[in-house]
Design a protein around this ligand. Sequence first.
Ligand SMILES: [Zn+2]
Length: 451
Amino acid sequence: MGGKVDYSVVDGPGPFSFRISGSNYHSIGTLLPRPNCKPTFAQLYIYDTEDEEKNRISTVQGRSGRFVIDEAVVLGIKQMLDSINPYVKSFRYGRDFLSNNGVVDLRIRILQHRSKDARQYNLPTTSEVDALMVGDGSEDVEQRDIVVCTNDGHLQRISECHPSYMALQYPLLFPYGEDKGKTLIRSGSAFQQFVVDAYAAIEEQRLLWVRRNQNNLRTDLLRGLQDAIASGDHNAAVVGRRMLLPSTFTGGPRYMAQSCQDAMAICQWYGPPDLFITFTCNSKWEEVTSALKLIPGQRVEDRPDIVARVFNIKKKQLINDLREKKVFGRVIADIHVVEFQKRGLPHAHILITLAKEDKIVTQEDVDAFISAEIPDKDTNPEAYEIVLRSMIHGPCSDKNPNSPCMVKDVCTKNYLKSYKSFTTIDENGFPVYRQRKDGRKPIVRGRKISN
Ligand SMILES: [Zn+2]
């Protein structure tokens, strides 16, 4: 895999997370290693197969050195792939051919098109996926076919449109060389890597389309109007052709600028928003945990798809509650943005503009909607439990100077806050919430806390 893997995230503490940057691609090397080099990747199927298990183990351990690898497991996986995986079988044919004929110019060609029974999810057979060729490589080869040579020293890039793209990279996720993995969601952290990989391939195709359709994207208009603010266009000495990403490319600079301008236009028309609501994802939600239980042993970080879906359903419901059920009054405008944190949990920031008659004006209005106090255990046990479990900051300050929020012995989030008998509205129009001294001191994370 050719992307830049960000190991600072992969190896750090906390749940597994897979992140890459830059352009991602898969390459395939040669059938034989270079002189005095150890066999790696596909070469392990062909070269020095007497010691294959040891070679495999040393390849993996060489990179990290901290895993204990069971030789029996490696042997078992090898035997399984030998018997069922069409690509492994092809490489074994190559090995037999080379050992019978000495080193000749052998090529294994992995075909892009499958001529025989091409029903979508059929398992490919060995004769469908490849062809062995002996020759100098001047044969007619389709553009996207993968041709693995004996030893020309080059890495070859595999087109992400090639049907074998994923099956070659993840033999254990696609053990039969199939096009649609059956073990994907059971594969733990490898599933995350696969999802990232697959998304990168999709994005690569979208970028390719943009690159080839520059003339259709009305780039003159973009250059003239929307990019007037961006510098650099006026300098004719800038060499090279500039590619413009349209605003329909999610995450691109024009997409971000357009969304921002839309939000500003909404605020200009309806007035400044009244409520700023942060909606966070909880990986312990019952919907998430019960979906995880369908496959035993799954951890929440192994299934970002479930987390994202449940979050999206709940976020839609929340916005529906705000708009239709008018929890805070009549909503005339709402804007929201969803962000994903480093570890993959999403959260949404929601801005709500209320109708004139429902605006929050007085201290009583604020107190009716917002409480910064610990709820009463007897009258509101559910809220009490949620607040103590999920909403308490710290402990920090002198009780815990090593808390991540502490910078130079001061809490960056301005805790602990002082008691306030009333809600007030400061000179900038922002409320300062009521936090009464009620003497209750529940225990959170082993420490007594107060309002
Ligand atoms: Zn703090």
